[in-house]
Design a binder for this molecule. Structure first.
Ligand SMILES: Nc1nc2c(ncn2[C@@H]2O[C@H](COP(=O)(O)OP(=O)(O)OP(=O)(O)O)[C@@H](O)[C@H]2O)c(=O)[nH]1
Ligand SMILES: [Mg+2]
Length: 455
């Protein structure tokens, strides 16, 4: 029998509601000790699943608050066990009383992630789906949320299973052929082997590429705004932030230190870094600022290189453009409201994209948004696509990919079927790790330890 666990399912602090969740074989009898329905004819312990009762919550015979209890009968609940959720009015004191009442009624405090862990152990979800739950809770931008949602809906699990099934067919053929050569086992053709391996390799590669974008989405994209003095970098930062974060003046060399601001652009989290204008200078403080600009430029995952469209192109502009060429860089030709003298053709070859803007009267356009996503290669992230959401999954996918690549190399070099079979076995082992079908207890403990209590 599984001992019932209880925890707050809502965040602590002031809120309109607080919800305590109880899960386990005796969840209903725990609930009966803390909750009394208004309708005296109702018996808490006999409630059907998917039903609700209105009443009051009690601790030590003293009323805590009005309450609503929701009942989910096993196995049709989040954890697969009997679950009762009791909601009262929000506020730390009520929440605290309600939870203590549940403990006194026989429930034990839930460990971090224990509800979801029970769901996993009861076969309600795969480990990749469980991991998606935590990613959803932590998602700070809509793109991160879509990636997590995709995993929760099981797209990654389905994709991994499809690759696994193909490889299993291959292993089956190889085993039959090599173990029973004298039997009339149908020979697997070279082109079949190659096709299965190629297919598996490209599916796994897609998952690997998707993770790079996913990691960017999750952690925010370090975005350096660089350019010569007075071109309008700080004006652009302010426009994107929606408030006057950085000082703007007509004096060249206004910004000295790096000014940082996080913004969400088209669902993507950008960590903007406005930097000192880059030029030759004798001023020690300004020179240090410029050094920092160059450091941020090198370290950035995205670069907005701003030029003043009302000025002629100079050698310095071309020099700066060359510094941007190894990066995900967008040339931003600012001050379009003035007469244009800047020659874009001299710098555009160093950039992925060019955008014309008037930072002073900036408004976010679809073009600006989609250009950024395109340069970051984020356009295809949506909740229908299988996405790897964490390091553990990524390591397993990479291992499977390497093993399939080895199998393919062995095949191309004309190695025996035995050798190819060994590589495919390694790939299968890695895929089982990914889907959680042979994960060790330590891995399970590690995955769920990252959760908050109550989930
Ligand atoms: N006409 C016009 N002026 C602009 C535009 N954007 C910025 N400016 C002006 O250009 C001047 C410099 O703007 P800043 O944003 O301080 O430029 P910066 O690149 O941060 O300059 P430093 O910090 O000195 O490197 C200010 O007087 C702005 O008002 C624009 O789109 N059109
Ligand atoms: Mg500035």
């Amino acid at each position: 029998m599984s001992r019932s666990i209880a925890a707050m399912a809502t965040a602590p602090g002031k809120a309109s509601l607080c919800v305590v969740r109880i899960s386990g074989d005796d969840a209903y009898s725990v609930a009966k000790k803390v909750f009394v329905p208004i309708n005296k004819n109702k018996d808490v312990e006999k409630q059907k699943g998917y039903s609700a009762l209105f009443g009051h919550a009690y601790r030590n015979g003293k009323e805590i608050d009005q309450a609503v209890a929701l009942f989910f009968a096993a196995p049709k609940s989040y954890t697969g066990e009997n679950v009762v959720e009791i909601s009262c009015h929000g506020g730390s004191a009520i929440a605290d009383q309600l939870l203590k009442a549940c403990y006194e009624a026989g429930a034990v405090p839930a460990q971090a992630g224990e509800f979801t862990k029970r769901a996993f152990l009861n076969g309600k979800m795969s480990i990749t789906q469980a991991e998606a739950v935590i990613e959803m809770i932590n998602a700070s931008s809509s793109q991160a949320l879509s990636a997590a949602k995709s995993a929760l809906e099981g797209h990654l699990y389905q994709k991994a299973k499809a690759v696994r099934d193909e490889l299993l067919v291959l292993v089956g053929h190889i085993t039959a052929y090599t173990d029973f050569p004298e039997e009339a086992v149908e020979e697997v053709t070279d082109s079949e082997i190659e096709e299965i391996l190629q297919n598996a390799k490209s599916e796994l590669k897609r998952l690997i590429d998707g993770y790079d974008s996913g990691a960017r989405i999750k952690n925010g994209v370090r975005t350096a705004i660089v350019g010569k003095p007075n071109v309008g970098k700080s004006t652009l930062l302010n426009a994107l932030s929606g408030f006057e974060k950085a000082i703007v003046t007509e004096i060249a060399g206004t910004t000295r230190d790096v000014v940082e601001q996080e913004v969400i652009l088209g669902g993507v989290n950008l960590i903007l870094q406005d930097t000192a204008g880059i030029r030759e200078t004798d001023d020690i403080v300004e020179a240090m600022g410029i050094q920092r600009s160059m450091d941020r430029l090198k370290d950035a995952q995205l670069v907005f290189c701003v030029f003043d469209g009302s000025r002629e192109t100079t050698d310095e502009d071309i020099e700066l453009a060359k510094h941007c060429q190894d990066n995900n860089s967008i040339a931003i030709i600012n001050k379009q409201d003035l007469e244009q003298k800047f020659d874009v053709s001299k710098v555009e070859q160093y950039f992925k994209k060019v955008l014309n803007i008037t930072a002073k009267e900036f408004y976010m356009s679809k073009e600006f948004e989609s250009t950024v996503k395109e340069v970051l290669n984020l356009t295809y992230i949506d909740s229908e696509v299988a996405t790897v959401v964490n390091e553990r999954q990524f390591a397993a996918v990479r291992e499977a990919y390497n093993a399939v690549s080895d199998a393919l190399d062995a095949f191309v070099m004309g190695q025996s079927l035995d050798i190819i079979g060994v590589c495919v076995d390694d790939a299968l082992y890695a895929i089982y790790q990914l889907t959680g079908e042979n994960v060790s207890e330590e891995v399970v403990a590690e995955v769920f330890s990252k959760f908050c209590v109550g989930k």
